[in-house]
Every structure is written in C-alpha cells, then in structure tokens.
Design a protein around this ligand. Structure first.
Ligand code: 5AD
Length: 354
C-alpha cells in the first residue's frame, strides 16, 4: 500500500521508473492512490497550462484504409462500411467553419488511403496554411516514408499523430496483421521527430491481451521517444471486427494512466479523448481532472461522421459536434477550466500562466 505512494512520488521526482516498478504500480493501484496521483497531476497541469484547455478541430478526411488492424472499425475487411473521401474543397470548408468557431489547430486524420497522393496532400496543407496563417496543421494519416513525411512538413504541416498502439512486440502482432510491424511504426515516429514535427504517439487502454506488463513497455517507450503529445483512450469493441466480443477498456485505468503520463512528462499535450467521452458521459471532464489538457471536437461534415466509426457508438453529435464549442466550454467551466482560442503548441520554455 505504502509502496504505491512511494512509486508515485518517485515517478514525479525522477520522471521515470524501472519496468518492475511500473508493473508494481499498475497492479497495486487503488482509488486512494488515484486520488493522490490526480492531485499531483493537476498541480503540474495548472503550472504549465493554468486552467486553459487546448482545442483541436478534428477533420476525418477519409475512411478508406489499406490496413486490416483487428481492433479498428474502418479496417479494409469491413465490407459493411460505406466508404467516403472528402475533397479538398470540403476540407477547406471544415477549416473555415472551425476557424470561425475558435479553432486554431486542424487535425487532418484518415485511414491509410492510397488515393490521397503526396501531391494532393502537400497542396492541401499549403492551401490551409495560406488561408489560416495563425493556425497549426496536424496530420494523422498513418505510416509513410521519411520522404513523404519530410515533403508534408516542408509544405507546412506542424504536427503528426501516430499512436504506437502497443510497444510490446508480441502484443503488437496480436493486434495487427503480419504485414504491419512495431519496428516500422517506431521508425515512423523517430522519423517524424527528427524531421521536426511536434509528434504525438499513444495507445489504447484495455486492448485484448494488454496487461500491466504491456503497459509498462508503453510507458518506457514513451519515455524513450519523448513525444510532445500522447493520445490514450479505452479500447471499445467494434461489432464488425475480430475483437467484437472482447471486453472494452475501463475509465478507471485510462484516468490512472493519464495521471501517470502527466507527472512523468509535465508539459505533455494530453487529450481527453473521444473514446473516453464515448464510454462515460463525463469522461472528458474526468480526463481533464486526471491531468489531460486537450480536447479534440469533431469538425467533419455531419454527413460523414457516422461513417468514421473506429468503434461502436462513437460519439458524433452533442458536444462532439464542434458547433457546440459553447456547450463544451460550459462543461469545462463547471470543473474550473475553459477552452483556449490558441494554437496550443508544445512549450519548450517554462511558462506559468497562473
Ligand atoms: N477502440 C478504441 N480506439 C480505437 N482506435 C482504433 N480502433 C479503436 C477501437 N476499437 C484508435 C487507434 C488509432 C486511433 C485513430 O483510434 O488507437 O490510432
């Protein structure tokens, strides 16, 4: 019991733990330990971000995907899904609406869709940059070559999100078909960092086959990569995947991991994810109170939102609709925070806003 509190203190002071310590901490966690952890997490969150929550407008550009990940609803084997691909003009229109709402970061996310050529993507990135000079562009389009990442960066992309999904090799093979490898995933992440992107990684909490041993690898890999952002959310089964009948991840463990990430890397950009908001109506508020400092409302056209179904019952109306910035802001205010109209960059320097 005492040991868990000591491990939390150690993580806060030294910003890393050994594998066995991670495992002990995760196995021995308790509601009391979580309370202790979240208090520390909020202290660091307040130190670097005050009560401001950064926003990113998420544009789900395409649900075509050449991959067949066993957990994902838009995997290529899902024949019952109606596929769509937004045209440049539609994406530009999402940005226009988003800008008026207050978004200063646009996240262009999609499956690995071969029909989006390098030229088309570079053209899109520079068009958005030309129209919205004060905005950041985040790409989340999967695994690409070094050259393609570089070209997109030179076209104006600022950030890239690519979750590693799991840092344990055999677990990686349980979640993915043989043509995908953890080595290439990691290669991509190190390439992105080397090129100069603000880089985000992350993983699902409670994916099939995940135990504290795997999570220890995830935390150690994150320490090694030193990303600027980490997106974590509960695994939520999707009915048209091989994992349809697997149990989902829990709010409790997701929140505990958010708290650990905040005290391990206090300046991290840490979203309270859509998946967390999907399995608990108060999920995002709880995420913020555990240390998260980013929300990513959906800016995709209403007509396609249902089709970007990574998992069952993914929220796509209500607060998830970017139109309800005000409502989301209200909810944040109820817990003592507010949405920021800002690019919300990673801060290398220490800036205390309180
Ligand atoms: N449950 C939760 N998250 C999922 N993702 C994909 N499928 C699921 C699922 N069934 C996450 C992956 C991916 C991100 C875009 O969505 O971690 O990186």
């Amino acid at each position: 019991m005492e040991r868990i509190f000591e491990l939390i203190d150690k993580l806060e002071e030294e910003n890393c733990l050994a594998r066995e310590e991670w495992i002990a901490l995760l196995k021995g966690r308790s509601p009391k330990a979580a309370e202790y952890l979240f208090e520390k997490a909020r202290k660091w969150q307040k130190k670097y971000f005050g009560n401001k929550i950064y926003t990113r407008g998420l544009i789900e550009c395409t649900n075509f995907c050449k991959n067949d990940c066993y957990y994902c609803g838009i995997r290529r084997s899902n024949r019952s899904l109606q596929r769509y691909r937004l045209a440049k003009e539609e994406i530009m229109e999402c940005c226009r609406l988003g800008y008026d709402l207050g978004f200063r970061t646009f996240v262009l996310q999609g499956g690995e869709d071969g029909a989006y050529s390098q030229k088309m993507l570079e053209d899109l990135v520079s068009a958005i940059k030309d129209s919205y000079e004060d905005c950041a562009i985040t790409l989340s389009m999967g695994e690409l070559s070094y050259e393609r990442y570089l070209g997109l960066f030179q076209a104006g992309a600022d950030r890239y999100l690519l979750r590693h999904e799991t840092a344990d090799g055999s677990h990686y093979r349980k979640l993915h078909p043989p043509e995908l490898s953890l080595d290439n995933r990691k290669r991509c992440l190190f390439d992105l960092k080397n090129i100069g992107y603000q880089t985000g990684t992350g993983f699902m909490v409670g994916s099939p086959g995940q135990a504290p041993e795997q999570l220890a690898e995830d935390m150690m890999f994150i320490r090694e990569l030193e990303p600027h952002m980490v997106g974590i959310g509960p695994f939520v089964p999707h009915h048209e995947t091989p994992f349809a009948r697997e149990p989902g991840g829990t709010v409790e463990l997701t929140l505990f991991l958010l708290g650990l990430l905040r005290i391990m890397m206090p300046k991290l950009l840490l979203p309270a994810t859509t998946a967390l908001g999907t399995i608990d109506p108060m999920g995002r508020e709880k995420g913020v109170l555990a240390g998260a400092n980013v929300v990513m409302p959906n800016l995709s056209p209403i007509s396609v939102r249902k089709k970007y179904e990574l998992y069952d019952n993914k929220i796509c109306t209500g607060d998830e609709a970017a139109e309800s910035w005000n409502h989301l802001n209200q909810k944040m205010k109820q817990i003592g925070y507010e949405l920021a109209v800002s690019r919300g960059d990673y801060k290398e320097e220490e800036i205390c806003t309180m």
